[in-house]
Write a protein that binds this ligand. Structure first.
Ligand code: ACO
Length: 436
């Protein structure tokens, strides 16, 4: 009879072990019993970049990369993006169920109540250089928030977790918009709590002398949809940072700053900027075949194509593409779109891309939309961080309540020298410094 077990024979000792297999995983700690001698520490698993390591059990986001499926709490992303609003989806991620109308109204009221930041936060942001990168400002300011809310240290208190969740989701757009206005040398615009989450964000970005900013409904909806699509993506680099840093029981503002710092990196939050640079370099539809040839020869990569998890069309990319059409009706067509469409058409017919299961990912079209809306590329990771905050917090809440979790602390294989004798400084021979 077949059993949910893995039989491992350790050929160093000849011993055989039966390891239970649960949910398609074996426990790394079960390997520790495999030793070659009594003082052996025990066998460990080596997995740089954790590409095949499950670090948690989670009930938030489900991805089937081969089939191009993304679900939040069991609901397909296509359905959520079609009818939902970002705050509704943030509620779903946070609490596990879609809200009723009354629950959504209450949640919206709670979030709206926290949109303002302390005046000293405003002053803090004014201290940045005039050309400070808005993502650097966001990372620093979110970290600074922890000093304003000492009650956030009580991470085991569910009331405190509620409060900090609401504060962070509410204040992220305010800080993001202040960072944007700072880079333009424009006065900061305070939140308008009569507007929607996305509408208020647009007001804080673009309001000038008019007494009340009226967001364009198409752009407001486009921002909302893009926020929904970026709200969570299970154990990606920044979420892993949120969980790892949060596992030290630090307050969620500090952990969110760490997650945002991870998102600042070009391999994570910067891919759509790379797509724009690539499309600009191609410059003309006619040059697409020549560039595709170069990508196939390994001269650079087709940015916005391929994904560590998706080996099919990224379901978010389809929705972004539809959103692009609506946005261009308002903003006028971004000329880079034609190059992108041609690139997608040619790549999807090409053996190289078919064989390797390389399809457009969410970033292939998002940058083109943001650029058409008037955002500079420096704002792209900031636009990503606002909605992802809801995902980070949902993951953090799950982590702090998970009895199996402890402080995240991987092991290492030590490969440096051992047991050297310290030579007094006067007798040391100069050795080259190792370049980092
Ligand atoms: N263009 C051309 N070839 C590619 C591309 C690409 N975009 N992506 C992968 N390949 C090729 C690789 O050269 C490799 O070919 P080989 O087997 O002949 O050596 C094969 O496909 C597998 O590639 P890996 O690097 O092993 O795939 P991995 O899963 O590690 O990489 C990644 C995923 C990093 C996203 C990659 O596809 C890539 O660099 N894409 C472009 C950057 C990008 O769009 N990043 C955004 C990701 S989405 C996000 O972060 C929100």
């Amino acid at each position: 009879m077949l059993k949910d077990q893995l039989t491992v024979t350790d050929n160093r000792t000849g011993r055989t072990f039966e390891l239970p297999v649960t949910d398609g995983t074996v426990r790394a700690m079960d390997f520790r019993q495999m030793k070659v001698s009594d003082d052996d520490f025990g066998l460990m698993v080596y997995d740089p970049a954790a590409t095949n390591t499950v670090s948690c059990r989670s009930a938030i986001t489900y991805i089937d990369g081969d089939r191009g499926i993304l679900e939040y709490r069991g609901y397909p992303i296509e359905q959520l993006a079609e009818g939902g609003t970002f705050l509704e989806i943030a509620y779903l991620l946070t609490y596990g169920e879609l809200p009723t109308r009354a629950q959504l109204e209450e949640w919206t009221r709670e979030i709206t109540f926290h949109t303002y930041v302390h005046e000293n936060i405003k002053k803090f942001m004014e201290g940045f250089q005039h050309d400070a990168h808005p993502m650097g400002m966001l990372v620093g300011t979110v970290a600074a928030l922890s000093t304003f809310y000492p009650d956030a240290k009580r991470v085991d208190d569910s009331e405190s977790r509620e409060k900090q969740t609401q504060r962070l989701i509410a204040k992220m757009p305010t800080i993001a918009a202040f960072a944007y206005r700072h880079s333009l040398g424009l006065p900061y615009v305070y939140p308008d709590n009569e507007l929607s989450y996305a509408g208020n964000f647009l007001s804080m970005l673009w309001k000038m002398a008019e007494p009340k900013y009226e967001p364009d409904p198409v752009l407001e909806r486009a921002i909302d949809v893009l926020f929904i699509l970026h709200a969570d993506h299970e154990q990606n680099c920044s979420t892993n940072a949120m969980r790892a840093v949060g596992s030290s029981r630090v307050d969620p503002f500090s952990a969110t700053a760490a997650a945002a710092a991870a998102l600042y990196g070009p391999l994570h939050g910067g891919a759509n900027e790379a797509v724009l640079r690539m499309l600009t370099e191609i410059g003309d539809k006619k040059r697409v075949p020549e560039f595709v040839k170069r990508f196939k020869a390994g001269e650079g990569r087709l940015m916005g194509f391929g994904h560590r998890v998706y080996k099919n069309y990224d379901p978010r990319a389809k929705i972004v593409k539809e959103t692009a059409d609506a946005v261009f009706e308002v903003t006028g067509r971004n000329p880079l779109l034609d190059i992108a469409l041609e690139l997608e058409r040619i790549a999807l017919e090409d053996e190289y891309f078919i064989e390797r299961k390389l399809y457009p990912n969410v970033d292939f079209y998002s940058g083109i939309i943001y650029q058409a809306m008037g955002f500079p590329v420096e704002m792209f990771p900031v636009l990503f961080a606002i909605p992802r905050t809801a995902g980070w917090l949902a993951q953090w809440r799950e982590m702090v309540q998970d009895p199996e979790q402890k402080i995240a602390r991987p092991r290492q294989v030590y490969v440096g020298p051992r047991r050297r004798k310290v030579v007094p400084i006067a007798r040391r021979n100069a050795k080259r410094r190792q370049a980092a």
